[in-house]
Design a protein around this ligand. Structure first.
Ligand code: PLP
Length: 383
């Protein structure tokens, strides 16, 4: 039975003449997310109606929704501002022996690379950057480098540059075998691809909210495995300490924390404006059901892949990539004009240096959008 969803464009604020294929950069806004934000701003104008429990209720609802997205437990979820923050928590709660290896993949997102470079220099460890041979999968390339010398593995589910897929379940199993800490960045996949944290079993999981999770900027999720939940937070704040609900007792300073991963929440995580927006976003995603989102986006990216192949371009093949985005290689001489020509036609894609386009549709993508993309590409390639 097909799980395809019909067009959901009416739920977004996208003018008819815009073809937006750059969700991997930033999601367009759901109407429901904007409405939640506007209601939240109005509520903030009357703080006398905000009660003590309001500092806690929204974030607990958000933790539960995110837990549902990853098939995990709400107790393991911390609310943070950026993936760099979550990776810093992972690095702070991990050690390595001198000469120990930190495994990353080539062209990894800078927030990941800089975090582990700083970690490696603190611990006198070594960064190993995995590259893959032609015809070899990224998963095999990673597994080939994942030996007993590796102490940290930090990977995405799909590469941010091209959508290439990594089998995190297999890598996770091998990381446990060699005793390496396993951190995953699901920023470019969660919400668009099913994920089960109990199958992958990472030590730390981060995913920012403003891309495939369709939420506001500056709200990111961290899930922490049970064995790390007694770890050290990056910074110390009042609300993640035990009994912070008791506003009258806040100066009875406490050494113990709120339960689970709440100790890793960033200061001011209550975020009266952003939290309701994120709740609206995750509610919509769960309502669609992630497997249905994935199947629908697979159809769109397959059509783009097929069109690109028929026109002599080099798309990443479906078996090597996530369902929701792909890189299409463009001849270097055409790349000088392609992005501008697409933009002139109101077609927006990600530009990958001088070699290709990163194309990321969503449930608002229509047949008209696809045709507009193809027409604009033909125009630019032939010019
Ligand atoms: C894979 C990946 N991780 C993380 C981020 C965002 O990083 P940060 O939250 O540190 O700004 C992006 C943004 O493009 C990304 O593609």
């Amino acid at each position: 039975m097909s799980l395809q969803l019909g067009s959901q464009r009416y739920l977004f604020e996208i003018p008819d003449d815009i073809a937006y294929f750059n969700l991997a950069s930033q999601a367009p806004q759901l109407r429901a997310v904007r409405a939640a934000g506007e209601d939240a701003l109005a509520a903030r104008a009357a703080p006398w109606h905000i009660g003590a429990q309001d500092w806690f209720d929204g974030v607990e609802q958000l933790r539960a929704l995110f837990a549902e997205v990853i098939a995990g437990d709400p107790n393991g979820v911390a609310l943070i501002p950026a993936t760099s923050y979550g990776l810093a928590v992972a690095a702070q709660n991990t050690t390595a022996r001198p000469g120990g290896r930190v495994l990353l993949i080539a062209d990894e997102y800078p927030s990941t690379v800089y975090t582990w470079r700083a970690f490696a220099s603190r611990h006198d460890a070594e960064i190993v950057t995995v590259v893959h041979e032609d015809g070899e999968s990224w998963t095999d390339a990673v597994l080939g480098a994942l030996d007993e010398q590796v102490q940290v593995v930090s990977l995405p589910n799909v590469r941010w540059t091209d959508g290439a897929l990594i089998d995190l379940e297999r890598v996770g199993a091998r990381a446990r075998e060699v005793g390496a800490m396993f951190a995953v960045d699901l920023t470019q996949s969660l919400g668009a691809m099913p994920f089960d944290v109990t199958a992958v079993r990472p030590d730390f999981l981060v995913a920012t909210g403003y891309k495939w999770l369709l939420g506001p900027f500056s709200l990111t999720y961290l899930w922490v495995a049970p064995q790390h939940r007694s770890g050290t937070p990056l910074e110390h704040n009042w609300i993640n300490r035990a009994d912070s609900q008791d506003f009258a007792g806040l100066t009875d300073y406490r050494d113990d924390f709120q339960p689970g991963a709440r100790r890793f929440d960033v200061g001011q995580r209550t975020n009266f404006t952003l939290t309701p927006m994120a709740i609206a976003a995750l509610t919509q995603i769960l309502d669609w059901e992630v497997p249905r989102v994935a199947e629908t986006l697979q159809t769109a990216t397959d059509r783009i892949e097929q069109w690109a192949r028929e026109h002599g371009l080099q798309p990443l093949a479906a078996r090597d990539r996530g369902p929701h985005m792909l890189e299409v290689g463009i001849p270097a001489e055409a790349m000088a004009r392609v992005p501008q020509r697409l933009a002139e036609n109101n077609v927006f894609v990600g530009v990958r240096g001088t070699t290709g386009l990163r194309i990321s549709p969503h449930l608002y993508t229509t047949d008209d959008d696809l045709q507009r993309l193809f027409d604009a590409l033909i125009g630019a390639l032939e010019a």
